[in-house]
Design a protein around this ligand. Structure first.
Ligand SMILES: Cc1cc2nc3c(=O)[nH]c(=O)nc-3n(C[C@H](O)[C@H](O)[C@H](O)COP(=O)(O)O)c2cc1C
Ligand SMILES: CC(C)CC(=O)C(=O)O
Length: 362
């Protein structure tokens, strides 16, 4: 404990606490954990703490808007739901519950390819929600093509191609390192239409991810889906530029919440150089350790258009279902609003690079 007492809890801490009371230990370890020594998991949050906002004053903050657009579509705030697998672990309605919370709060939902509800069921649960679809390039290109078309047909407005799944991570907290989903957990969006009702086994699904994926595949995914393409899992400025050269419409700076390559850079530490390299050619987003309104505004100052949250949304969903997630998202939006006001910004667009700087010290 420091001289001034314990660190104040962030908005998600109470949700994490409540989730721990309802989830079994294995499920909680799966959600919370990272890979290896969890160096990157810890570095993600620590990197946001090392940055300090430098506010501007005397700018009339009577009206402060958090609303913005993502790939042209309006959202209530520059905070979105990162794709996370298996929402049936957190709520008996799975991603349908998540989608309703997104709809209610004007939040973008990125539906995972490892969702337990089919993309069409998620769409039907919340027709007013803005939804993008996360996919992997599968070894079976024909199936990938079919699923890309399915994403579009079920109303997704973009594909988020996750490119950090080229090896199996060692997830240290989990017994034997393998999380075994409960029996009967469906993965309908990894199966061809003919088997969508049954879904596939998770193990089979994960080994279906194609480690041979390259920049040349980006154009294919765009063509197959007919949708804008976000590349998720980029951590190097030159890769970001190459993705944009290959047709990407947006870059999601992400290390998968410290769950894939342990020991890699924290996202906050590379965001600015990636955003600078990409410039106005594509939107740039970030995830990993985003927990507060100030974290979101720091991300905007470093050049992101939006920040995405992963684990806190699952904790909030487990703790309180649609209601719990909607109230968490509402509080986070309010935290963004008050942070913008304190920074002298009447909207996300008003945030500039000089609103953030590194804290002095070790
Ligand atoms: C339980 C869990 C499941 C995840 N599943 C996926 C997934 O299916 N697809 C994907 O692209 N990313 C997945 N991610 C990574 C998130 O999209 C995101 O990068 C990460 O959670 C952000 O870090 P945060 O949890 O610190 O906010 C998952 C993350 C967690 C915690
Ligand atoms: C089923 C997995 C692909 C989900 C995932 O990405 C994760 O657990 O981090």
């Amino acid at each position: 404990m420091s001289a001034v007492g314990p660190e104040a809890p962030d908005l998600s801490a109470a949700r994490r606490h409540a989730a721990a009371a309802v989830l079994d230990a294995g499920t909680l370890a799966y959600i919370d954990g990272g890979s290896g020594l969890e160096e990157t998991l810890r570095a993600n949050t620590a990197a946001w703490r090392r940055l300090a906002l430098q506010p501007r004053v005397l700018r009339d903050m009577t009206v402060v808007e958090t609303a913005t657009t993502l790939l042209g579509a309006p959202v209530a705030a520059p905070v979105a739901l990162a794709p996370t697998a298996m929402h049936l672990l957190a709520d008996p309605e799975g991603e349908a519950a998540t989608a309703r919370a997104a709809e209610r709060t004007g939040t973008l939902l990125v539906a995972s390819q490892a969702a337990n509800r089919s993309w069409q069921e998620i769409a039907d649960a919340a027709p007013g929600a803005l939804r993008w679809t996360q996919m992997y390039m599968l070894r079976d290109r024909g199936l990938t093509r079919e699923l890309a078309a399915y994403a579009k047909d079920s109303g997704s407005r973009a594909i988020v191609l996750c490119v950090d799944g080229v090896a199996l991570p060692r997830r240290s907290r989990m017994d034997g390192n393998a999380f075994v989903p409960p029996d009967g957990m469906p993965f309908p969006n990894l199966a061809p239409a003919s088997a969508r009702g049954r879904g596939v086994e998770l193990g089979a699904a994960v080994s279906a991810f194609d480690p041979a994926v390259t920049f040349a595949d980006l154009a294919l995914v765009k063509e197959w889906s007919g949708l804008p393409l976000v590349v998720k899992g980029v951590l190097h400025a030159r890769d970001a530029v190459e993705c944009v050269d290959a047709g990407a419409d947006a870059i999601a700076v992400s290390n998968h919440g410290g769950r894939q390559l342990d020991g890699c850079v924290a996202t906050a530490d590379v965001l600015a150089e990636i955003a600078d390299a990409v410039g106005a050619r594509a939107e740039v987003y970030v995830d990993g350790g985003i927990r507060t309104g100030p974290d979101v505004v720091k991300a905007l100052a470093l050049g992101a258009r939006a920040a995405f949250v992963g684990r806190p949304a699952l904790w909030a969903l487990a703790a309180g279902g649609t209601e719990g997630l909607a109230s968490y998202l509402g509080e986070l939006q309010e935290d963004v609003r008050r942070t913008l006001a304190f920074c002298g910004c009447t909207s996300p667009d008003a945030v500039r690079g000089d609103h953030v700087r590194l804290r002095p010290g070790p």
